[in-house]
Design a protein around this ligand. Structure first.
Ligand code: ADP
Length: 594
């Protein structure tokens, strides 16, 4: 009897160890508007009864910082609901659609009839009970400024809750190129670069036509290097000071670059810190609707709509608003724009879906004071289909030129962002090509600032590459003679030419190596709404003011929701500096009750 039992047991163990015989795995790919051809690859396993057993996204070439969440969530939903027709992830629609298309293609190519699996299943979310929570500091928004504020508040002894309306952290900050302007006045390197905190201050003020508040600007630049050091103390890795570069519209080589791509390094660092402490709670899918004030007019908490549609009230000693800007809210940007004439929906935006100006609306209810709301920054660097920054082949200012559809340079590519965008609007179809050579991409497999290689962009149809300028011109659809003459003229300036240290005919002074080292690269770009520089009035302690010039007690703000720092035109590389510097200050002020 014992023998039979042990034989049966051994058999059973053997069977368990073997994979289910009837599982079948299929692989498929789909294009996406962002990552281009075959951007998403999946493997799908069906059980013997035809139900979905496993879905894995094995490759996704879409934007880093955006594609991770749908790659993780959609497969889970497909298995749980046994359908390939699931909801897209907010803020990542194109990647979500590409994943669904790849799964469908995998099954159809394997001869599976997907009719039943395409059925949309109703997801019944049970509304959780309303709840009331309490903490010392509540932070609205888990972007760059919000998470810097949360950590700084915690470091100053506070118990913190952060609410984020999107299903992920990062906001616009995670999509940014990652550059942080900062000068270490005490470094020999900065001296050699003829840079100083004061020069950063002067350029920031002047670059914004002196509309920036001098005290806020001084706070920004004098704490910038310390901001780098602070993120390092949290574990963030940076490329060395000798690698600083001139970011587009940054006007000087002082932009530090994180080791991790785009803005992802900040959030890798911040979320690891938050995971380790039990004094910061992060609530995703939780949208702040209202800031609460007590009888004395002091902020004392917020009311949110929770993940299941329930009401979440958070009572707090202080509130930090870090909700970012409103570049994705066409109505608001049309209402406020004082620079461009129209910013209707035909003008694309670099921003994430959540940049809708909720903070502006909540603060308006408290009669907060707003300044320079008409100052909206556009970049000449948007993807022609989506407006996003990703897909931009440029590295720094010195190594590339802009040419229009006729193959001609038309402006100073090292100038202010508003000037460069105005110049671009004046060109045919407001479209230009960024042109560079193999000095930037020796093999083409080097990464741009968004984690994409030049060769990937070429394969995805988002850039072109050719051994000669004639071939490049043909791929760009521009006049070859014009392009060659333009580049020959530009190259003369690179080696000194007849400029004798002066600016060229467009005012350009930043010249790197000549563009003469094939293969050559070009990528098309259009104007795109990037940063809303106006916002709520704060002081150097990030305290918020009302229309009567009084401090609204216990209320603080940081990041793009604030105004008065960047004036009419923000220097490239100053936004992420802003999030860390003012985020930290807001967190400290809120924790200590300044
Ligand atoms: P900043 O650069 O100022 O930090 P970001 O765009 O990086 O701005 O981050 C702002 C964050 O605030 C985004 O993640 C956005 O989704 C979030 N947010 C905006 N409005 C709300 C709201 N009503 N409730 C919660 N989070 C919000």
């Amino acid at each position: 009897m014992k023998k039979i039992l042990s034989v049966l047991l051994a058999l059973a163990m053997l069977l368990c160890a073997l994979p289910a015989m009837a599982d079948t795995t299929y692989t498929g790919t789909a294009d996406s508007q962002i990552g281009g051809k075959d951007a998403v690859t999946v493997s799908v396993t069906l059980a013997d009864d035809g139900s979905i057993k496993e879905v894995v996204v094995t490759e996704c070439k879409d934007t880093k910082g955006v594609c991770e969440l749908p790659c993780e969530q959609l497969p889970k939903q497909m298995v749980a609901l046994n359908t390939i027709n699931v909801d897209t992830v907010a803020g990542a629609t194109m990647t979500s659609n590409a994943i669904m298309a790849a799964v469908k293609a995998a099954l159809e190519n394997g001869g599976v009839d997907v009719t039943a699996l395409m059925e949309k299943k109703e997801v019944v979310v049970e509304k959780a009970a309303d709840e009331t929570l309490a903490c010392d500091v509540v932070v609205i928004g888990a972007g760059g400024a919000g998470l810097a504020a949360a950590i700084s508040a915690e470091q100053n002894g506070a118990k913190v809750i952060v609410v984020e309306k999107m299903p992920k952290v990062g906001g616009n900050t995670i999509l940014a190129g990652g550059a942080v302007n900062a000068v270490n006045d005490r470094s020999e390197f900065a001296i050699k670069q003829n840079d100083s905190v004061f020069w950063h201050y002067t350029q920031t003020l002047k670059g914004g036509d002196y509309q920036g508040d001098p005290e806020l600007v001084m706070t920004l630049v004098s704490n910038a290097y310390d901001a780098i050091e602070w993120t390092k103390s949290l574990g963030m890795e940076w490329q060395g000071e000798d690698k600083v570069f001139t970011v587009s519209g940054g006007l000087w080589p002082r932009a530090w670059k994180p080791v991790m791509v785009a803005g992802t390094g900040f959030f890798d660092t911040y979320t690891k810190y938050i995971d380790k402490t039990d004094k910061i709670d992060l609530m995703l899918n939780t949208k702040a609707e209202k800031i609460l004030v007590n009888d004395l007019g002091a902020a004392c908490g917020i009311v949110c709509t929770g993940e299941t549609g329930n009401t979440v009230t958070i009572n707090a000693k202080s509130v930090v608003v870090a909700t970012g800007g409103f570049a994705k809210n066409v109505e608001l940007r049309m209402a406020y724009d004082a620079i461009w004439g129209t910013l209707d929906a035909s003008v694309l935006s670099t921003n994430h879906e959540g940049a809708t100006g909720d903070g502006v609306k909540m603060l308006q209810q408290l009669q907060a004071d707003f300044i320079q709301m008409g100052n909206i920054q556009l970049l000449p660097l948007g993807d022609p289909k989506t407006g996003s920054l990703s897909g931009n082949i440029e590295h720094g200012v010195d190594s590339r030129i802009f040419v229009n559809k006729s193959g001609l340079r038309y402006g100073d590519e090292g100038g202010r962002r508003d000037d460069m965008t105005r110049d671009l609007f004046a060109q045919e179809d407001a479209l230009m090509w960024i042109v560079m050579d193999s000095d930037t991409y020796p093999t083409g497999d080097e990464l741009n600032n968004f984690g994409e290689t030049a060769n990937q962009l070429v394969a995805a149809g988002r850039a072109v590459k050719a051994d000669t300028l004639d071939e490049l011109a043909a791929l760009m659809g521009v006049d070859a003679e014009n392009l060659k003459a333009t580049i020959a003229e530009y190259n003369r300036y690179c080696v000194g030419g007849d400029l004798e240290g002066q600016a060229d005919q467009f005012g350009r002074t930043l010249f790197g190596q000549p563009i003469d080292n094939g293969p050559f690269y070009a990528g098309a770009r259009v104007p795109t709404v990037h940063h809303t520089m106006g916002g709520v009035r704060i002081d150097t302690l990030c305290r918020v003011y009302n229309e009567n010039g009084e401090i609204i007690k216990n209320l603080y703000a940081a990041g793009e929701v604030t105004g008065g720092i960047h004036g009419t035109n923000r220097l490239g590389g100053n936004a992420l500096t802003d999030t860390v510097v003012f985020g930290r200050i807001a967190g400290e002020s809120a924790a200590i009750g300044k």
